[in-house]
Design a protein around this ligand. Structure first.
Ligand code: CP
Ligand code: NVA
Length: 301
């Protein structure tokens, strides 16, 4: 593994390896055991979109690993004034040991990896959010012990989260059911891969997808960059919500995950959110541990 660009690029073995290391790093942090695997290394973190979790977990994670994180807002970089990503990649590679980027187009992340010479980590694009899915898988394994025989259901927009959740949960062997409005389906390439495993179904009926699910997941109706479509999307996504009716058809002990930020009474009711707050905030914490594992795998000597 040279970069983390999408979850699709990883094998099941690579995912499990990252999760095992993430569990170990979590244990070490909780028990005050130092783990300076990236002593003296630097990570540049380019942000073209807002962030709470990604920024803070990468920044503190790098510090805990003995390295130094640099927060690079695109407003302050020449990239924001039109300097090509190909040039930015070649320059930053001469200063840094790794680059994390949150941006719009997946191609920008791919170009950064192609033109640069240090590992690149995708911190979210419009197409995918691999770091989040590693944290989600880590959380499921933590609460359920394994992935064996489990079903994940995703309800909502066929966006970056949907694409990555489908790929990640299918890769670890789970059954996946998705409910999206017809005009908001996940990427065809991801759907095609998932269907080929025989463990994937897609519908526009949330209750059908949620039936017997062990993990129920949703995401915002309007992602970053889609703020102008928010009103139109409120109409299109009406009914694509995790609520008591959905939880009633899911497995009795079903978990609920949400990458956050959450919009209560839109994609999830406040009631279901609070009933599952323990899982949702453990998921947020696990961003830290999962990303530390990714950085160690990619950047340690
Ligand atoms: N879930 C997630 O990526 O959160 P941020 O947008 O706050 O980084
Ligand atoms: N789909 C959301 C995820 C935020 C973490 C977005 O892209 O804004």
């Amino acid at each position: 593994m040279k970069h983390l660009l999408t979850i699709m690029d990883l094998s099941k073995e690579e995912i499990i390896d990252i999760l095992n290391l993430a569990d170990q790093l979590k244990y070490e942090l909780k028990h005050g055991i130092p783990h300076p695997h990236l002593k003296g290394k630097t990570l540049g973190m380019i942000f073209q979109k807002a962030s709470t979790r990604t920024r803070v977990s990468f920044e503190t994670g790098m510090y805990q690993l003995g390295g130094y994180p640099l927060f690079l807002s695109s407003n302050d970089l020449q990239i924001g004034r039109g300097e090509p990503v190909q040039d930015t990649a070649r320059v930053l590679s001469r200063y840094l040991d790794g680059i994390m980027i949150r941006t719009f187009e997946q191609k920008e992340v791919e170009d950064l990896a192609e033109y640069g010479s240090v590992p690149v980590i995708n911190g979210l694009t419009d197409y995918s959010h691999p770091c989040q899915i590693l944290a989600d898988l880590m959380t499921v394994r933590e609460f359920r012990g394994s992935f064996e025989g489990l079903k994940m259901c995703y309800i909502g927009d066929g966006n970056n989260m949907a694409n990555s959740l489908i790929a990640g949960f299918i890769k670890v062997g789970m059954e996946v059911a998705v409910a999206c409005p017809d005009d908001y389906q996940p990427a065809a390439k991801v759907v095609e891969y998932a269907r080929s495993t025989g463990r994937f179904t897609m519908t526009n009926k949330p209750l059908e997808a949620a039936k017997g699910a062990d993990v129920v997941i949703t995401d915002v109706w309007a992602s970053m960059g889609q703020e102008g479509e928010a009103e139109k999307r409120k109409i299109a996504f009406n009914g694509y919500q995790i609520n008591d009716e959905v939880m009633a058809v899911a497995n009795e002990k079903a978990m609920v995950l949400h990458c956050l930020p959450a919009h209560r009474e839109e994609e999830i009711t406040a009631k279901v959110f609070e009933e599952h707050a323990e899982e949702i905030f453990e998921e947020a914490e696990n961003r830290l541990h999962a990303q530390k594992a990714v950085m160690v795998k990619l950047m340690a000597d």
